[in-house]
Design a protein around this ligand. Structure first.
Ligand SMILES: Cc1cc2nc3c(=O)[nH]c(=O)nc-3n(C[C@H](O)[C@H](O)[C@H](O)COP(=O)(O)OP(=O)(O)OC[C@H]3O[C@@H](n4cnc5c(N)ncnc54)[C@H](O)[C@@H]3O)c2cc1C
Length: 390
């Protein structure tokens, strides 16, 4: 079987893989995008994604933002620590941007990117499951099954955007894993109080709980120890609403309705290094973070933006793509943002998810200081919005 040659093969057509394919579409490159699933059903994934203003700008440029059926602006972020004093409120004025971010649904985002990808001339194959890949100095080689047929291709650059499943096949890349023993429970909920564009992030000793404005309601991401999460998922609606109210507090009044609930086991998983011979890792394949502070997809989107930019520059300079020099540039450009996102989310969990009263008082003092020092507030807000270059 003769392998078809491409410039770039993207393995994994989740939101990050599709975003990269779209970012490369006007470069006269032959790009193949391989995705194991088809378009997931609406019921598949109800997780909300808090997208930063920076991600909004990138998705707008890709033509996907305009296809979203719903997005809800975040105008204020209210951060508190259950059982302790201290809180901080971040506003658009603090960050110097018109909105702090938007809440969208994972499926809606997937669908918007999917529609634009299908309409483009990208070679996009769904139902294509990659089994194996290898590289030599000149090319990457991929074997996959496409609707039951075995296929082989080669490309100057392989990009792994598969969420971190295949990376263990690469000898010189190590995945560092830290299990949090926490699950995130996602659901849409309605409270007595209507949402007014405020996103609530409340730290508790069992894990953070976020209530994000979403349409007329709230999108809940409730983190709990694994055993407690399984128990919470099994409650009937009334019991669930009561438990949520006693855990979150009375800031929004009683909770009156909850939609379908889903649970996601949480771990920090990151690759070192994020490149290998003829290979670059992006999105969750490079780093999977705790959802606290909504960083994962935003970071993954910045991976695609920078990689597409480096590929564009390489072409402009009449150089070959996928060389060690190009990959080194990608790795170095992403290091600070990726490490920053990882350390930020991991430190929040380590600091706040524990029962140590001294540490909790210090965290409360930190929130109060943050609230009273506008330059630091601006620094934190802009880094959450634009990453390391904020
Ligand atoms: C509860 C929860 C809440 C979150 N909230 C936020 C938030 O508010 N803001 C934020 O920025 N991030 C958030 N995240 C993180 C965000 O969901 C991820 O960072 C993002 O989905 C990563 O996208 P991805 O495309 O890299 O990976 P994925 O979404 O995992 O996509 C990988 C794709 O690769 C495909 N694939 C896998 N293996 C193969 C193979 N062998 N062959 C072909 N295809 C393959 C899969 O089918 C899949 O479509 C949250 C995560 C969770 C769990």
């Amino acid at each position: 079987m003769n392998a078809v040659n491409y410039d770039i093969a993207i393995i994994g057509g989740g939101p990050v893989g599709m975003a990269l394919a779209l970012a490369l579409r006007d470069n006269n490159l032959s790009v193949l995008l391989l995705e194991a699933r088809g378009l997931p059903d609406k019921v598949d994934d109800i997780r909300p994604l808090a997208l930063s203003h920076g991600s909004h700008l990138i998705l707008n440029r890709l033509g996907a933002w305009q296809r979203l059926p719903q997005f809800t602006p975040i105008k204020t972020i209210h951060i508190s620590n259950k059982g302790y004093f201290g809180r901080s409120v971040l506003t658009t004025k603090d960050a110097g941007v018109p909105v702090l971010g938007y809440v969208v649904n994972y499926h809606d985002l997937f669908r918007a990117l999917y529609d634009v990808t299908v309409e483009s001339d990208i070679d996009y194959q769904t139902g294509a499951v990659v089994q194996h890949f290898s590289t030599d100095e000149q090319l990457g080689h991929v074997s996959y099954t496409h609707h039951g047929t075995e296929k082989k291709i080669s490309a100057k650059l392989l990009v792994l955007s598969d969420g971190g499943r295949l990376g263990s096949q690469i000898e010189d890349i190590t995945y560092h894993i830290n299990e949090y023993n926490q699950w995130a429970i996602a659901a849409n909920v309605q409270a007595e109080t209507q949402q007014t564009g405020i996103a609530y992030e409340r730290f508790t000793s069992e894990g953070p709980i976020a209530l994000l404005p979403s349409g007329n309601h709230f999108a809940l991401v409730w983190t709990a120890p694994a055993e407690a999460a399984k128990e919470i998922l099994a409650l009937n609606e009334e019991q669930f609403l009561t438990r949520l109210h006693s855990h979150f507090g009375d800031r929004l009044g009683q909770f009156v309705h909850a939609g379908k609930r889903s649970g996601f086991p949480l771990a920090l998983k990151y690759a070192k290094p994020t490149t290998s011979q003829r290979i670059a890792l992006i999105g969750n394949a490079a780093q999977t973070l705790h959802p606290v502070a909504g960083q994962g997809f935003n970071l993954g989107l910045r991976d695609t933006y920078e990689l597409a930019q480096i590929i564009q520059d390489t072409l402009t300079e009449n150089k070959e793509i996928g060389t060690p020099a190009m990959l080194q540039r990608y790795r170095e450009n992403r290091r600070m943002d990726s490490n920053g996102g990882r350390l930020f989310t991991d430190s929040l969990i380590k600091l706040f998810s524990n029962d140590n009263p001294l540490l909790q008082h210090l965290c409360g003092t930190g929130l109060t200081l943050l609230d009273n020092l506008p330059p630091i507030k601006r620094f934190v807000a802009r880094r959450m919005i634009f990453g390391a270059r904020g």
